[in-house]
Design a protein around this ligand. Structure first.
Ligand SMILES: [Ca+2]
Ligand SMILES: [Ca+2]
Length: 283
């Protein structure tokens, strides 16, 4: 009876250990797909290495030829990937030991979010996913135009990831300020499809949809914030005009001072008139 009690305790302890190791695995979202964080490869000096230890004893025998693939895209099963000449970012082959196969110091030809697979295991049909590589963040830059005044007005640029699945609680959001010439630079943007929104005081916002960030820097984005939207409702209309007229020739800090030179005057009026009845620009 005493031994049975000990046996039950040991089994319980083992079960706890097993569940602990499962809980300890973090999940990482790559391209909207949750993957085991333990399988996300970390580069050393820009190079990647991976070792696969067979999961059952008969998968490998010494000298077995194994094909190694790094494929663009992320999926939790190989069926979710497109494996073709266009999507393969690295390919190699090597001979295994009796228990493992290693590929060291490889560099994919480019680094979008990738899935790492091996093929040729005994008893495994088709390739098997053994890891993932995270995309290298890129730089997104461009220039927005607006009526820049003497108060060094700048635009706020917000880049928000679009079309995220509902189970992802938060989207990637990046926010920067432009300089007074409207130039902006957003560093470390991760792969995805984004919406850019630029706002500035007394201007209708500018929106650009479906900016695809894959693996290369994006530069040369241009956009136009229409000046004269004093009440910030993204259309330049009578309310904006009347705000100018009711403050005309006054020296004050007010959104009606479209060009930000400290006085509401003909420059502000002409900004409203030149965009009258126009809506915020969406590209
Ligand atoms: Ca308005
Ligand atoms: Ca002014």
């Amino acid at each position: 009876m005493k031994y049975l009690y000990r046996l039950v305790l040991m089994i319980l302890a083992l079960m706890m250990l097993t569940s602990m190791s499962v809980n300890a695995a973090t999940t990482v979202t790559l391209g909207g797909v949750e993957v085991d964080g333990n399988l996300v490869l970390q580069p050393a000096s820009g190079k990647y290495s991976v070792t696969y230890n067979e999961s059952i004893e008969t998968e490998l025998t010494a000298g077995q030829q194994i094909v190694f693939l790094v494929v663009k895209g992320v999926a939790t099963t190989p069926a979710g990937l497109t494996i073709s000449a266009d999507t393969i970012r690295y390919m190699d082959q090597g001979a295994s030991t009796d228990t493992s196969i290693a590929f060291s110091n490889f560099i994919p030809s480019s680094i979008p979010n990738c899935t790492v697979l091996i093929s040729g295991l005994t008893g495994v049909v088709g390739p098997k996913i053994i890891g993932y590589i995270e995309a290298v963040p890129v730089n997104v830059s461009g220039t927005v135009s607006y009526l820049s005044g003497v108060i060094n007005r700048v635009a706020t640029i917000t880049l928000t990831e679009m079309n995220m699945p509902a189970y992802i609680p938060t989207s990637n959001v990046f926010t920067v300020q432009s300089n007074t010439s409207g130039q902006f630079n957003i560093p470390l943007v991760t792969e995805g499809t984004y919406q850019l929104v630029a706002t500035a005081q007394s201007h209708a916002k500018y929106t650009k949809n479906n900016i695809s960030i894959i693996e290369l820097d994006v530069s040369g984005i241009t956009g136009n914030l229409l000046s004269g939207d004093i009440d910030s409702n993204d259309v330049i209309e009578f309310l904006d005009l009347s705000a100018i007229l009711s403050n005309y020739n006054q020296v004050k800090t007010d959104p009606a001072d479209v060009d930000g030179n400290g006085v509401i005057e003909f420059l502000d009026l002409s900004a409203v008139l030149s965009n009258y009845n126009k809506n915020a620009v969406v590209d």
